[in-house]
Ligand binder design. Structure first.
Ligand SMILES: [Zn+2]
Length: 148
């Protein structure tokens, strides 16, 4: 499912692929949440990372290569996964039987707790995305809390 917000904000103009390398995104428009440099080619530094629009709060993943720059608006599920990668934990269910989702060293893990007995089960990112989609409103609540 592709989620789009009304394209009234200037950040929408940055979405998509452009045939050139971007040295830096305009500070007035974007806050850089994350940046990883991908080598140095005679002073031109390809990089990738995440951006947040200062006006509307939308977040974007980007990858700027020497020949092209790709900027993709993140869905809510992408934002939940980014938060888990940063070390956040999400518990689903309550009482004596619940699951906790974490990402450790890039590996999504489902920790099941059943009457005090816990088990860590590595899962694929696809399975994690499914779990987030199933309990979407709960994970969106977590997102709101995490972003405070
Ligand atoms: Zn915006």
């Amino acid at each position: 499912m592709i989620e789009r917000m009304a394209a009234s904000c200037g950040c929408a103009g940055w979405e998509g692929t452009e045939p050139h390398h971007v040295a830096s995104f305009p500070d007035a428009q974007f806050e850089t949440l994350q940046r990883e440099d991908l080598g140095d080619h005679h002073g031109a530094i390809p990089h990738r990372g995440r951006l947040r629009c200062r006006t509307c709060g939308s977040t974007f993943g980007y990858r700027s290569e020497l020949s092209s720059t790709n900027v993709t608006r993140e869905s809510e599920i992408d934002r939940v996964i980014a938060a888990l990668r940063e070390g956040k934990r999400a518990q689903v269910g309550g009482g004596r039987c619940f699951k906790t989702y974490v990402i450790e060293d890039g590996q999504p893990i489902m920790i099941t707790s059943d009457d005090g007995f816990t088990e860590e089960i590595p899962i694929t990112e696809a399975r994690l995305r499914e779990a987030i989609a199933v309990d979407r409103s709960l994970f969106l609540d977590y997102l709101r809390v995490w972003q405070r």
